[in-house]
Design a protein around this ligand. Structure first.
Ligand SMILES: [Zn+2]
Length: 212
């Protein structure tokens, strides 16, 4: 990615890429000419194949997050909004996709191990999604609200007056992006724990060995 001069500001870090020589990968955000947010992945690792690895992670972000590819190779959401919290999560998820797997858009349904039941999302228009379980039982209704709250946390989405709803304040549909977030939504606490430990690893990695 030698053609990119300005990286912008780093907003997320994978300190050890387990799929590629434990290199570090950074997600950078910059403002495009029209003011919309643009993202690129970059690594300072000087290893053969690193460009290909970066292309794979960005391709996975494009598919899993429903992003657009810009002429300069950067990524953006069609609505122009930064969706920075969701994009950080998208980057972390994209870096976990095994390189021999073609990334695919995740469905808007999730199987929840705790209640042993499936939950789904419906787009109600203008960026508003509703979480639902097929059976209208109290046990599932409570879980619906937990999953909706998990989505709001993972994607920094807005609340509405209904606990089972989540809202992208840009007003646009983001089916792929919310499908990606939904996988983790029933278990947000585990996600946060994992991130804390990854952040600590990043701190512990000696600056001399990992310059990002
Ligand atoms: Zn949007």
């Amino acid at each position: 990615m030698a053609h990119i001069v300005e990286l912008g500001s780093r907003i997320e870090l994978v300190s050890m890429d387990k799929h590629f020589h434990d290199i570090s990968l950074g997600l950078y955000q910059q403002a495009a000419e029209d003011g919309s947010a643009e993202y690129i992945v970059h690594s300072y690792a000087d290893i053969k194949g690193v460009d290909e690895r970066i292309r794979f992670v960005m391709r996975a972000m494009q598919v899993l997050g429903g992003m657009e590819v810009l002429a300069n190779g950067g990524l953006r959401f069609a609505c122009g909004d930064s969706h920075v919290t969701a994009c950080r999560r998208l980057f972390l998820e994209a870096s976990k996709v095994a390189p021999d797997v073609m990334p695919e858009v995740r469905p808007m349904t999730v199987y929840d191990k705790k209640t042993e039941y499936e939950y789904s999302l419906t787009l109600c228009g203008n960026g508003l999604y509703r979480v639902a379980a097929q059976a209208q039982l109290d046990e599932f209704a409570r879980r619906v609200n937990v999953i909706a709250a998990g989505l709001r946390k993972l994607g920094n989405m807005a609340e509405t007056k209904n606990e089972d709803e989540v809202l992208f304040s840009c007003g646009a549909a983001h089916d792929a992006l919310i499908g990606m977030l939904l996988v983790r939504a029933p278990n947000v606490r585990a996600v946060m724990r994992e991130e804390d430990s990854a952040a600590r690893q990043g701190v512990l990695a000696a600056p001399s060995s990992q310059s990002v």
